[in-house]
Design a protein around this ligand. Structure first.
Ligand code: SER
Length: 323
């Protein structure tokens, strides 16, 4: 539980994960104790509920200034270029994903920051990784610049913990599904768009083939995982690179038929693009037994319960009279 004395900086607070994680952290710790930051001011209402600072994490001077001004004790560093966007700007993805993390780790090493949260990804795995129940420790040969940079980041996190005692904690997130804030250019984004389009237009053209299985997770579980990991006793954390965490695995065809149970007229078509190759290099399901053992990880949502929740909320957003 939040002690009330923590001062938290969220970097990348306007993103898909950052928006909802910031909200949750503010509920637990008090809005004024959570400083949101991103490249631009937020456009959504939640951004106005507490302090906000414009920050590019590559600007280590500004980062240091914010840490001392707000006496920050914890950082959630979420800013990154994801898999699909990263392939279009590989050098920028490397710079932001690796040097941004190093700025955060260095600041934590030198200053009063006690804990750092950093998300890794299933993209750290590659075509030679076992694809079913992918273990915590296995072959890692990522093919995307996103995966390469996150794998390097994992090694840096473990290095800073071992060499300098920085209390950094990470999760290898699967595709994150939510309906509040759009995703940031990943290969798994279809699983967010499909729900939006089902409610808005009644049909969806999918850029992955119908049988492409990928590990996914509903946002409330993703937020809960981060909070739970950060609250765990340091002595229980045996992984300092990043933990495997799994929740749901499904294909576009399966999510489409789940949607049809609520919206029988829904139609889906398939037109795979460059993201198919990325998806084919990733795991289909994740062995998260180490996270379950170390700090009690346990997801709450499966495909039917997530689908029901998302569609109810999207329909309500579209037509607030439907309560
Ligand atoms: N959602 C991410 C992506 O598709 C995977 O971590 O890039």
């Amino acid at each position: 539980m939040g002690t009330g004395t923590e001062k938290i900086l969220v970097i990348g607070a306007n993103g898909q994960l950052g928006t909802e994680l910031t909200e949750a952290l503010r509920r637990t710790n008090g809005s004024h104790n959570v400083v949101a930051s991103d490249l631009q001011l937020p456009t959504h209402a939640a951004g106005e509920e507490g302090p906000f600072e414009v920050l590019n994490v590559l600007d280590s001077g500004k980062l240091g200034e914010l840490l001392s001004r707000y006496k920050i004790t914890q950082i959630y560093h979420l800013a990154a270029l994801l898999s699909a966007t990263g392939e279009k700007k590989p050098k920028l993805a490397w710079d932001l994903n690796v040097n941004g993390l190093l700025n955060v780790l260095d600041a934590a090493r030198e200053g009063g920051v006690r804990k750092v949260f950093w998300p890794s990804t299933i993209a750290v795995f590659g075509p030679n990784t076992p694809r079913q129940h992918t273990p915590q420790h296995t072959i890692m040969d990522p093919t995307t610049i996103y995966g390469i940079s996150k794998l390097a980041g994992e090694r840096w996190c473990e290095y800073y913990f071992t060499k300098y005692g920085v209390d950094v904690r990470g999760l290898r997130y699967p595709g994150l599904i939510s309906y509040k804030q759009p995703p940031g250019g990943g290969t798994t984004d279809y699983a967010v768009d499909i729900y939006q389009q089902a409610v808005e237009t009644g049909s969806y053209q999918c850029y992955l083939s119908e049988n492409t299985y990928l590990p996914m997770m509903y946002m409330p579980d993703a937020v809960q995982a981060a909070l739970q990991l950060m609250e765990a006793d340091a002595g229980k954390i045996t992984i300092r690179s990043s933990y495997n965490i799994g929740a749901i695995s499904f294909s576009p065809e399966e999510v489409a038929s789940e949607i049809k149970k609520h919206l029988p007229e829904f139609r889906i078509g398939y037109q795979p693009d460059f993201r198919q190759q990325i998806a084919d290099s990733w795991p289909q399901s994740i062995d998260d037994s180490v996270a379950r053992r170390d700090w009690g990880w346990q997801p709450q949502y499966d495909l039917p319960s997530m689908t029901k929740d998302i569609l109810t909320n999207l329909k309500r957003k579209k037509n607030p009279a439907l309560v």
